[in-house]
Design a protein around this ligand. Structure first.
Ligand code: HEC
Length: 127
């Protein structure tokens, strides 16, 4: 009898452990956000345009298809949304902003966020 209770307890503890292990998953970019992420001397033409292109921002926000009346396909239009805070607000999912990319439950990866932020901190130049 005693033996069976111990067996039962062991099984129970084992199942609880499995539950936790089953719920654990890791996303490298979230666990190690700044590893191998270069944020120095960010350039509009090479870095920012690449980030906006790779995350489909430009396909939804361009001159022929400016969803939400937002255009991000020229430096001048990007700069407007930098200066009014909407670009960072939307990609950081800050309160009061529409969360971008639209239709995605997750933010763009942390390195891209850091790089956008660095480019803006350096003056958001047309470089
Ligand atoms: C699938 C199309 C789509 C994609 C991809 C997309 N957007 Fe949007 N975006 C929209 C729509 C639609 C709105 C207007 C949403 C609304 O008014 O509810 C919007 C709104 C915005 C706004 C205004 C936010 C505000 O609160 O005023 C900004 C800035 C923006 N998008 C930037 C981006 C950036 C940066 C990306 C890429 C990381 C991106 N969008 C990706 C469709 C998209």
């Amino acid at each position: 009898m005693e033996h069976q209770i111990i067996k039962c307890k062991t099984l129970f503890v084992g199942l609880i452990c499995l539950l936790f292990v089953g719920c654990y998953y890791d996303v490298e970019q979230e666990l190690y956000p700044t590893v191998n992420c270069n944020t120095t001397s960010m350039s509009y033409a090479t870095d920012v345009v690449t980030i906006l292109t790779n995350n489909s921002c430009i396909s939804c926000h361009n001159n022929t298809n400016p969803q939400g009346s937002i255009k991000l396909d020229t430096y001048a239009d990007v700069k407007i949304n930098v200066d009014n805070g909407r670009l960072l607000g939307s990609v950081n999912h800050d309160v009061g902003f529409k969360q971008m990319p639209q239709g995605s439950t997750t933010k763009i990866n942390q390195c891209s966020l850091d790089q956008l932020q660095a480019w803006i901190a350096d003056g958001a130049l047309n470089n």
